[in-house]
Design a protein around this ligand. Sequence first.
Ligand code: PAF
Length: 281
Amino acid sequence: MKTIKPPLVLYNALKKSRLSGSSIGFVPTMGALHAGHISLIRQARQENAIIVVSIFVNPAQFGPKEDLKKYPRPLNKDLALCRKERVDFVFLPSIKDIYSEDFSTYVSVEKLSGVLCGIARPGHFRGVATIVTKLLNIIQPDVIYLGQKDAQQAIIIKKMARDLNIPVKVKIMPTVRQSDGLALSSRNAYLDKKERLDALVLSKALSLAKLLVNSGAKSPLRIISRMKQLISRKKNARIDYIAIVDAASLKPVRKISGECLIALAVRIGRTRLIDNIIVRV
Ligand code: PAF
């Protein structure tokens, strides 16, 4: 496994593989790797000759009051995990390598970025789309692997690749959960014992929604209201949003039909968690 910092060095290291037709699989991360990331890396390992994992805590996707400073950075542990998973290259760019002092070019995916998490986190998806575009330019992978847990991010990256003719296949892998249902997230590390228990309310609300849909419920408003009731029983939980939207356009649906994304963001104490499921009717 090679650890590379300068973008051009990685670009050149991958040139040979690109020219010889070896497929390159890419898993972008901000580090603090967990089983969700590992599942992406394993899928990439199965499907490609060369695997690249990037670890970069991207300042452009954090708002001024967000957790950029305290975001976990267990680099040695992350590198050990990558080595164990037989990653070929770990890309560890410096902030300066990515954002020069006079940096002024951003990628913004309109409409899709202004809904759901985009409301409470203005500029977040612009930061994500910009860094992913830069990483795709440097690495030029055949396939990028993303998790369903960040459904809106995955949809935005898919749209961005299509809109900008970036020749990459976007693969979205299922959310990995702990045995009690909590979706894995690097931010779970912020939860204390009590909050960790309260956080189960997200997956429980989604299970309730699924149950209602499976028993024939068609009204998003009613389903959302039942989810709100369940979540409001937890004193420590503050709903940011609960939405039932078309799984491709992210537009709210009037009736449950086709493929719908049921997504929510809830603050447990000071930690904002997200989760979602897709229902097909
Ligand atoms: O999902 C993440 O960890 C980040 O948003 C990503 C895709 C690595 C971009 O910084």
